[in-house]
Structure formats: structure tokens, C-alpha cells
Ligand binder design. Sequence first.
Ligand code: TRP
Ligand code: ZN
Length: 500
Amino acid sequence: MTRRRRAIVPVAVLLAALVAACSADDAALPSLESDERPTSSAPTTAPAAGPGTEGADGVGDPYYPQAGNGGYDVERYDLDVDVTIRGTDHLDAVATVTLLPTQDLSTFHLDLLGFEVASLTVDDRPALFERQGRELVVAPPTPLRTGEQAIVRVAYSGTPGSTGSNQGGLIGDGGWVDLSDEWSTVIAEPVGAATWFPSNDHPSDKALVGVTATVPAPLEAVAGGRLVERRDEGATSTFRWEATEPMSPYLASLTVGDMQLADQPGPPGIRILNAVPLDRPDMLDGAVSRFPEMISFFSEHFGPYPFADAGNVVVPGLPPLALECQTRSVLALSIMDGGPGDTTADEVTAHELTHQWFGDAVGPAAWNAIWLNEGFATYGEWLWLEHIGGLAVEQSARRAHNGNPALDVPPADPGVDELFGASVYHRGGMFLVELRTLMGEDRFDELLRTWVDQHRFGVATTEQFLQLAAEIMGVPYDGSRIAVLSDAWLRSGRLPPLSF
Ligand code: TRP
Ligand code: ZN
């Protein structure tokens, strides 16, 4: 084996690199400068209290109290964005948010960071609104009624990616990234959807997302789902992308750049489309060329690939990171561009693909359950490495079991600072290998398949996963070996020894 770089972790380091990269490039900076501090615009009389109740400013996430909002479920987002890419990125956008109130609402919130809101209507009638940090507070002319669909249309413009917080906060929270005069992308985990569209920015509210992006020719715009329309109109091109399955807002993405879009024959029923830099057609070789095989391989272990569309977008100008945007992962060129014998590109591609089952199809109910994403994706990475003739899964686990003090953090409640730390990734992965050893491979695969089957297009908790494991073992959870194992591996501080 050649030297094996850790594929994704520590993300904090990579994010720090991104901050540094941005600081080095003035063109990429303005969004960090918070020149777009949230301000009120248009009618800002305090929203009138009417009959009905005020929607909460968060869904109660223990790590991000203001992520998402209370009182409604979004059914779909239709985003119509005009992207200025030269100089500081600028959006001229209209977001149409179709939502279903779960309570009567005199006011409700959306999450939106920065931008000027030019107008806001609810069912085509002008509504009052107010800006409060990342909260866009809306007072519809008449209260929304439980179960009666409402259509909220927000016209907004400005610099995407603006948080009004410090640089670390911006990058750490994810969002739109202004890369150069020709490239931008969105890597919005965990709470960065609000940096480019008004949203219920929490994983627990999944909705369909349609993105219509107008960009200067000859650039291309790539989002998740399927390209359903493309219009070339001289100076600009317009791309309309439609996702056919609901997604968490942080998994919605849009990359603008000088790209080649390439279809790839996939397993039956799955449409694969990859996008790579125009000057790097070789990016379609290597790891990406094995992508269909990866889908088939993981389908054997995890059950059918959960979506109609699949693919990858390889983006230059980013530090070595990647994000599992739903149906089409964003992969930094810098992480895909290894030398001969470097398996990093394979591992990252496999990691993000594994997320399509774990993280995307089945999301975390709250951010403290992040190991359900990253522990599983790490396990997928190890499975693929073994499949291509690298380390056996147990060897990968042993190798990750090192003296790193960051492993002495409970993966099932790592805290915000360690949300993407080594414990969540590697200790989470080690726990799954321990569980597989305990259950046997067949029952373990059955567990993973049942898990995806039961929670597809929803979110779930650590407790639900452990309960299901016990159920498949045919034992009551309390006092079981699964309980003992998970207490030690997921909930205690100190890294336990491996049993193999
Ligand atoms: N989920 C990403 C992964 O696959 C890591 C990640 C978290 C990330 N937040 C991010 C990547 C923000 C880029 C930007 O491991
Ligand atoms: Zn991951």
C-alpha cells in the first residue's frame, strides 16, 4: 500500500485552509467581510399579531437552536437565480417556497443570511417582513391555517455566502463559496443553505428542490437532480434542474463554472451525470470512471441506490474537501488529483456516494446524530478500499485507532466544535465494524438495508438505529451486547479498545 492520506478528516483543518485560501484572494473575500449585514428593507413595522400563533425561530436542534423554523413543512423550493460570477458573486433571485403549516400561523420564519429582500408575497399578496440575523420573519396579511398550503415568494439580491459573522463561523457553517471569476459552488453543511436561499434550514425538513440558474456564457450551471431544460441565449445560458426526491436544504447545491457535462452509463434505472472542469477531461477517468461499479457494489450492501439521479461535480480552487450534495456530490479537484497509486480519490468518491444512503436518503434527526452520516460514510470508504484490493475493513479500523486525542469524544454527541472531527468519522466507523463483528456480516447488511428502507426520505436518531440493530439480533435492547457496545463506543468519552 502506498501512503494513505486521510480522505476527509479533519475537516476543521481543511476549512481553515479554505479560510486561508479566501483571505489570499481579494476577489473571494467580500462575502467574508460582512458588508451585507442583515438589514431590514421594505415595510418593517413589527409584524402584526393576528389570530394564530407565532412560528418558532428554530426546530430545537441542540447544536443550532436557530436552524430551521417551527410551524410548517416545506414541500418544495423553486429557486430562480441569476448569477453574476465576475468579481464578487452576486445573485438576483426569486425563491418560491411552497409550505404546509402544521399550526395556525400569524407569523413564521425562514432562514436567510444577508441579501436585500425586495419583495415578499404569501399567496400572491404582499406580506410584511423583518430581518433578525439569520431569521426572516414573515407576517402574512391573514394568518396561515393548519394544513392549508401557502406559497411564499421572496425576491432577493446581493452577495451570497454572507453571514455577518466571523470567517470561521462562515466557513464552519457552510454555504455559497465564491471561488473565482469563473467558478462558484455551494457546500452548505451544516447550516449554510440560508447563505443562498430562504429556507427551513434544518435536515429534518426535506423538500423537493428545483433550481433554474442563469449564468454568463460559456459557463455551465450544475445542481442536483436532472437537467430538464437548457437555453442558450447569447450572452447567457439558463439551466433548469429538478430533483425528483426530497432533500434537506443543506444538500441542495449549485456549481457554476467552465465545465464539461458527461453522461455515464449506469445501473438500470439510474441516470448518471458527472461534471468536470473543461480543461480536465482526465477527471472522468480514475475514480469517477468506477462510479457505476461503486453504485452496484454499495447497492449489494446497503440496498438499492435511493435516487433516480447520481453523479459528481469536480470543482477547482477548493481545498481538499467534498460534500455529499444529494444525487450529485461536490468533490474538490485538489482531492481528486492524487498521483499514481494514491487511493484518496477513490476513497472520497466512495465516501460521498455512501452518504447518498446515509446522510441523504436517511438524514440525522438533529446535528448531534452526525455520526449516522460520517461514521457510515467512513465505513463505506473502508468497504470500497477493501474491494479494490487495499486494506481489509478491520485493518482500516485498526489503523484509524491511533493516539489522536480527538478520538476521546463521544461520536453520538460530539458537540459543535467536533461535529466533523475524527471521532465522528473514525470512531463512528469503528463502532460499525464492531457491530458487524458482533452481528455477522449478513445480519449487519440486513440492518443497513432495513435502516434505509424504513427511513428513506426522512431523518432518524441514534436510538432508532440501535433499537433496530437489537430487533434484527432478536434481543431486547436494554442490557444487550449492543447496548454495552454502543455505550462504550458512541456515548462515552474515552476511546475503547478494538475487539479485533
Ligand atoms: N460531509 C462532508 C464529508 O463528506 C464534510 C463537511 C462538513 C463539509 N461540512 C462541510 C465539506 C462543509 C465541505 C464544506 O465528509
Ligand atoms: Zn462525509
